[in-house]
Design a protein around this ligand. Structure first.
Ligand SMILES: *Cc1c(COP(=O)(O)O)cnc(C)c1O
Length: 229
């Protein structure tokens, strides 16, 4: 079931790439497995899926302890400084860094473990009060400061677009993210690469791909609905 859903989403990702003249390899499909059991994840591992997204540090920790295959685990959810230890060294990429304080905590943990931690900077693209992420206007300045941390590698930007009925409503936000990514890339901040743009979820990933997403985070369309928790 889950494998079948994944194949359908994969086909839609491929079709979206085709429509806008992008190579399929330019977009990573992340299967967002939060709240879902390891059995379901295993179904996808069997068909060769490598990229999984979790939003809770402890859940990421326990799942990576249970599943020993080499996979790419993405932390996509809010991260508190006291949970950084569960994530650094386990996640291939932390998508949700939006304060210097958190970046500093990640730096310390990465230094302690003698590794480099890859991160994305989360932007609150629609200026929603309830959403995490840094304001668009402040992103470049924050990235300049974070770039000073030797054990962090800033790889790009991430955004969570508002929930909408019609995915076309988010096109404007995705386009603004693409523009912001290009503006920051043009600053040529040493040690900063602006290659990745993580945006697009079940409701709007095709539009996100058309607007330049390099990573889409898809949960519901692959794993089905989640219990609210
Ligand atoms: C849960 C979650 C997703 C996946 O959402 P779906 O609508 O189920 O595809 C993507 N990104 C983040 C940050 C999430 O927390």
């Amino acid at each position: 079931m889950v494998a079948e859903n994944y194949r359908e989403v994969e086909a839609r990702v491929a079709a979206a790439c085709e429509r806008c003249g992008r190579r399929r390899e330019a977009v990573t499909l992340i299967a967002v497995s939060k709240t879902k059991p390891v059995d379901m994840i295993r179904e996808l591992i069997e068909i060769g899926v490598k990229d999984f997204g979790e939003n809770k540090p402890q859940e990421l920790k326990s799942k990576t302890e249970e599943i020993v295959e080499p996979l790419h685990w993405h932390l996509i959810g809010n991260l508190q400084t006291n949970k950084v230890k569960y994530v650094v060294g386990r996640a291939c990429l932390i998508h949700s860094v939006s304060s210097l304080h958190l970046a500093e905590a990640i730096q310390k943990e990465a230094e302690k473990k003698a590794l480099t931690c890859q991160i994305l900077v989360e932007v609150n693209i629609a200026g929603e009060e309830t959403k995490s992420g840094i304001a668009k206007e402040d992103a470049a300045q924050l990235i300049r400061q974070m770039a000073e941390f030797p054990n962090l590698k800033i790889c790009g930007l991430m955004a969570i677009a508002p929930p909408v009925e019609d995915p076309e409503e988010n096109r404007v936000h995705f386009r603004a993210m693409r523009k912001l990514k290009e503006e920051i890339a043009a600053l040529d901040i040493p040690g900063v690469s602006m290659e990745e743009l993580s945006m697009g979820m079940t409701g709007d990933f095709e539009v996100a791909i058309e607007e330049g997403a390099t990573m889409v985070r898809v949960g519901t369309a692959i794993f089905g609905h989640r219990e609210v928790r």
